[in-house]
Ligand binder design. Structure first.
Ligand SMILES: [Cu+2]
Length: 155
C-alpha cells in the first residue's frame, strides 16, 4: 500500500514538474530572467508630396503614419533609431532641421533619408510651398511653417 501511494505521489510530482518546465520554456523566449523587455524595432517613415486644396499653397506632405492638420502641415512621431524618407525636387526643395538655424538638408532637390540619433523636435518644409515660416522659406530654424510643412516629435 505504501509503495502504491509513493508511486502515485511521484507520478503527480513528475506531471507537475513537466507542466511547469513546459510553461517556463514557452514564456522565456525573450529572457530567462523575468519579464521580457520589449525592444522597439526600427521603423521607416515615408513622406510624399501631394496636391491639396486644404493648403494655402496647393501642396502638402503626406504620410501613412502622420496626420495633416488644418493648413496642411504634417504631424509625425518617431523614436530614436527610426528613419524618415523625405521627398526633394526642383519643384519642392527640401529644408530639414532640428529647430535650429543649422540645416540638416538645405533646399535639397533630391530625395533624402535621415535616421534619428537624438530625441527632439524636427521640422521640414518646402522652399516653394511652405507658408508662414518665421525665418523664411529658404532658411532653417522656423518653427511655425504651415501649408507644405511637417513636424516630427522624436522620443
Ligand atoms: Cu513644394
Amino acid at each position: 500500500m505504501k509503495r502504491i501511494v509513493s508511486l502515485l505521489l511521484s507520478l503527480a510530482l513528475g506531471t507537475f514538474l513537466a507542466g511547469h518546465l513546459a510553461c517556463q520554456q514557452s514564456s522565456s523566449t525573450s529572457s530567462p530572467y523575468g519579464n521580457p523587455t520589449p525592444t522597439p524595432s526600427a521603423q521607416t517613415i515615408n513622406v510624399s508630396t501631394a496636391s491639396s486644396g486644404s493648403s494655402s499653397t496647393g501642396y502638402i506632405y503626406t504620410s501613412s503614419s502622420g496626420t495633416n492638420g488644418t493648413g496642411g502641415a504634417l504631424t509625425l512621431s518617431a523614436h530614436v533609431g527610426y528613419t524618415i524618407n523625405l521627398p526633394g525636387s526642383s519643384l519642392h526643395p527640401l529644408y530639414f532641421d532640428n529647430g535650429t538655424s543649422t540645416c540638416i538638408f538645405s533646399g535639397s532637390t533630391t530625395n533624402q533619408s535621415y535616421t534619428f540619433s537624438s530625441t527632439g523636435t524636427y521640422y521640414f518644409h518646402c522652399g516653394n510651398h511652405a507658408s508662414g515660416c518665421s525665418a523664411g522659406n529658404g532658411a532653417c530654424g522656423s518653427t511655425n511653417c504651415n501649408a507644405m510643412a511637417g513636424v516630427i516629435t522624436v522620443n
